[in-house]
Design a protein around this ligand. Sequence first.
Ligand code: 13P
Length: 284
Amino acid sequence: MPLVPMTEFLPKAKAGKFAVGQFNVNNLEFAQAIAEAAAEERSPVIFGVSEGALKYMGLEYTVAIAEAAAKTCGVPVALHLDHGSSFEIAMKCIRAGFSSVMFDGSHYPFEENVRLTKEIVKAAHAMGVSVEGELGTIGGVEDDISVDDAEAALAKPDEAIRFWEETGVDALAIAVGTAHGMYKGEVRIRFDIIEAVASKIPVPIVLHGGSGVPDDMIRESIRLGVGKINVNTENQIACTNKIRELLGNDPKLYDPRKYLGPAREAMKQVVREKIRLFGSNNQA
Ligand code: 13P
């Protein structure tokens, strides 16, 4: 199957009250773990690639790996730019074969975010590519971008609804209290904001910072209208913990396949559990 835009499965997710996972891809083993888990669980899946990961893997390798995964796994796969910072990077990704892009204009004033997002929606939709927009600031550290949790401004429901009406994005990320990375304290999600926005717009809300959010909060978010959930850190931790354990136990180990293979297996387990929690298994 070729790569598909998120519109292939997100409307069904919102209507059926499940969420599709965006699992960030940082190298080949991440892509394989995600694709294998999705195939075995018969789940649609989103490969999220940040600009930092893109720089690390290279644009051509990224697209080739995602296309190979989509071709072999037999379930719908979207290749999605995560937190795209400009029109130029979004177009570069689309030209290279991405089937979906996020434009994160959340640090711009509202009207400017709307204007820039609209430009991307117009160009992307003309090419059959889906678009995610963002409103409010999600805390934590992702790649080199750090946002102080206290500073993270939550989305205002009225603005979020107007943002969707004016831009026509296919999925809307709003800041509701989650943060990128693992949580230091208690996770607090503003379910009232999710509900107020999700009940007024036809597209799903996107929950960023899915790592470390308790299962019951994930279920409640989905019930209220979240249809896409992003997970990166939990896979990074599963991968690195396994490598650390294997190298620590055997100083003579030098074949990367002997530690990257088990690391891939550990990530596959994380993805499988998230897919089941999100309820997207058997929805491909
Ligand atoms: P976590 O790393 O907290 O899972 O967040 C991932 C994310 O939201 C990517 O956009």
